[in-house]
Design a protein around this ligand. Structure first.
Ligand code: T4K
Length: 371
C-alpha cells in the first residue's frame, strides 16, 4: 500500500520555531482573554490582509453566529445551498430562516440574477459564500443590498488572502468571516475572524465574543465565549511569516493539475478571472459522466482504491439535510445548478507540501479511468 493522500494536510511551521512563543506564554502566565499575543495577532493579521478592523475568534462558526448578532439580523436571510453546513447552521442558531437561492455556473457562488425574486418583507440580509475562495459577484450583490436596504455578511471561510483588483475581498459587504481551521490555506489549528468596516462595530463584536462583558460590573449583551487563546494567537503570528510560501506552493500544485487535466474530455475546472489574486484553497474538478464515461462517485471510489482521498465538497447540498429539506426554497426545481454541480464535483488533494509526483499520479489515474 502507498501512503494515503488526503484532500488536504495542515500547513505547519517547524516545531522549534514555535517554542520561544510558548516560553513567553509560560513566563507571562497570561493564557487567554485578550492577552498580548491576541492583540499583536489582530494588528498583524489586519495589516497582512489589508483590512482596517478585525476581531479574531476561536472558530469560523462562532464568528458567523456572532456576525449575525452584531448586526441584529432577524427574519429571513438569503443564502446558498452550496456550502459547508456551518453557513446555514449559523442562521439556525440565531432563529433566522434561510432562504435558498441557486448558484451560478462558473464559480458556483450565489447567482445575483436570482436574488431579487427571493426577497420578501421579512428579508434582512444576504449571506453569500466565496466558495473555494473564488470571489462572489460582489458589485451586483451590493447593488441589490443597497436597493432593498439589506445587510451583506460574507462567509469568506475559504477566502483568506484573496484579492480583487489588488484589494482584499474581505472589504466587501458589512462583515466578512474567515475560518482558520486546520484544513484551510492559513490555520491556527482552530480559529476564525470577523472583518468589519469601523471601530464601533469592532467594539460590539469584541463584547459579543466575551460574554457581553463591558467591565467588571457591567454585562450589556448575552454574548458568547468565542475568544482565541494565547497559544493559538501566537501560532497565528508565526503562521503569518510562512503563509506566502504556503500559497506559492499551493499554486504550483494547482498549476500542474490545470496543465495535466486541460485536455481531458469530461473533466473541467475553474479558471480565475483577470485581476484576482487567488490563494488556491481547493482544486475542485467537475466530472461530466457522459463525456468522461464514468460518474463522479465511481471516480471518487476508484481513487480511494489507490489511497487517494479526494472529497465531494459540497455534497450533499445543505438543502438535502433533514433540518433544511422541508423548506419551500430547498427544492431541486429551485436549485437546478447546485443540484447538478453537487453530483459532479470532486475536490482533488491540494496542500503546499504535496509532492508534484503525487499530483501527476492523481492525473494519470484520472486519465486511466476515462472511457
Ligand atoms: N463556512 C464555510 C464555507 C466553511 O467551509 C467552514 C468550514 C465554516 C464556515 C466553518 O468554519 P470553522 O468553524 O470550521 O472554522 C472540514 C473543516 O472541519 C471545516 O473547517 C471546513 N469548513 C470544511 C469544508 O472542511 P471536514 O469534515 O471535511 O474535515 P475532516 O476532518 O474530514 O478533514 C478533511 C481532511 O483533512 C482529512 O481527510 C484529513 C485532513 N486533516 C484534517 C484535520 C482536521 C489532516 O490531515 N489533519 C487535521 O488535523 O470539514
Amino acid at each position: 500500500m502507498s501512503e494515503k493522500i488526503f484532500v488536504t494536510q495542515p500547513s505547519l511551521p517547524e516545531l522549534d520555531e514555535f517554542i520561544p512563543y510558548m516560553k513567553e506564554i509560560w513566563e507571562n502566565k497570561w493564557l487567554t482573554n485578550n492577552g498580548p499575543f491576541h492583540q499583536q495577532f489582530e494588528d498583524e493579521l489586519a495589516k497582512y490582509l489589508g483590512v482596517k478592523h478585525l476581531s479574531v475568534f476561536s472558530n469560523g462558526t462562532l464568528a458567523l453566529i456572532t456576525a449575525l448578532q452584531a448586526l441584529r439580523i432577524t427574519g429571513e436571510v438569503i443564502t446558498t445551498p452550496y456550502s459547508f453546513v456551518a453557513t446555514t447552521h449559523s442562521l439556525w442558531w440565531n432563529n433566522i430562516k434561510p432562504v435558498f437561492v441557486d448558484i451560478e455556473n462558473k464559480y458556483y457562488n450565489l447567482d445575483p440574477k436570482k436574488i431579487e425574486a427571493a426577497i420578501t418583507p421579512q428579508t434582512t440580509a444576504i449571506m453569500p459564500v466565496h466558495v473555494y475562495g473564488n470571489p462572489c459577484h460582489v458589485e451586483e450583490i451590493q447593488r441589490i443590498a443597497d436597493t432593498y436596504g439589506l445587510r451583506v455578511i460574507y462567509d469568506a471561510a475559504h477566502a483568506f488572502g484573496v484579492k480583487k483588483n489588488g484589494e482584499s475581498v474581505l472589504n466587501w459587504g458589512d462583515l466578512s468571516i474567515l475560518s482558520f481551521h486546520a484544513t484551510k490555506v492559513y490555520n491556527t489549528i482552530e480559529g476564525g475572524a470577523i472583518i468589519c468596516q469601523d471601530e464601533k462595530t469592532k467594539r460590539r463584536i469584541d463584547l459579543l465574543k466575551n460574554f457581553g462583558i463591558a467591565d467588571e460590573v457591567t454585562v450589556i449583551e448575552p454574548g458568547i465565549n468565542a475568544k482565541l487563546n494565547e497559544v493559538q494567537a501566537a501560532f497565528g503570528i508565526l503562521q503569518l511569516k510562512h503563509v506566502d510560501r504556503y500559497i506559492a506552493d499551493r499554486k504550483k500544485v494547482a498549476d500542474l493539475y490545470a496543465k495535466l487535466l486541460k485536455d481531458v474530455e469530461g473533466i473541467s475546472y475553474i479558471t480565475q478571472e483577470e485581476g484576482i489574486d487567488y490563494t488556491y484553497a481547493y482544486f475542485p474538478i467537475l466530472i461530466n459522466t457522459e463525456k468522461f464515461g464514468m460518474n463522479r462517485d465511481d471516480v471518487y471510489a476508484e481513487l480511494q482504491k489507490h489511497d487517494i482521498f479526494g472529497r465531494r465538497y459540497f455534497y450533499p447540498l445543505i438543502t438535502d439535510f433533514p433540518i433544511y429539506r422541508g423548506m419551500p426554497s430547498a427544492t431541486a426545481e429551485n436549485l437546478p445548478v447546485a443540484t447538478r454541480v453537487t453530483k459532479e464535483v470532486l475536490c482533488l488533494p491540494i496542500y503546499p507540501h504535496l509532492p508534484l509526483e503525487q499530483v501527476e499520479r492523481v492525473c494519470n489515474l484520472l486519465k486511466s479511468f476515462k472511457k
